[in-house]
Design a protein around this ligand. Sequence first.
Ligand code: AMP
Length: 217
Amino acid sequence: MRVILLGPPGAGKGTQAVRIAEAYGIPHISTGDILRANVKAGTDLGVEAKRFMDAGDLVPDDVIVGMVGGRLDEDDASSGFLFDGFPRTVPQAQSLEDLLIGRETPLDVVVRMSVAKDDIVTRLTGRRTCAQCGRIFHLVFDPPTDAARCDDCQGELTQRDDDTEDVVLNRLEVYAAQTEPLEHFYWERGLLRDAEANGAPDEVFASIQGILAESAA
Ligand code: AMP
């Protein structure tokens, strides 16, 4: 199964991606996660990417496409993949298409997750991540017992640098300008399907499972 989750930051792609990857035995490839790991490790790529990420702007296409090409060469991607946060521009989508045509492994489906802008701002600005174990909380929807500590491991809860309100608003503008055109790109190819993205995580997951079952049939 080769799948893209498409939707603005805060639509819940990451949450669903983890569940889908587990259910279907395919790797969850999040370009944002790969970039953050590089920033943390202080690699050249991480140093270059950080200034774009902190501002909520996109990292240049050539950097991203090279990174994804390398990731698809890893063994676990031979059975398929689930992209979360990639592609984010038409040139990225075009490069991915060329790459997959070359390998004779076309995409199965692009699942769109749409959420209203006000809801996104609330979702993202309240998000907190445990610096130690990575568990994600939400100050309103999934609050930790102590606002500063992880319930599981007592690690410190941190806010992503790009989850502050002004950066979130820029990320949404960037999404509308650069990523939304992908909806048309994939619609033209007959690959775009809409998930019910506004419900509880279980309901959203059920909706996505229905779409995946249909496209695998
Ligand atoms: P995410 O975790 O997907 O919201 O990504 C966090 C940040 O990483 C984005 O705001 C961008 O700066 C950068 N990023 C992640 N994926 C991409 C991509 N496919 N193209 C360009 N920049 C990206």
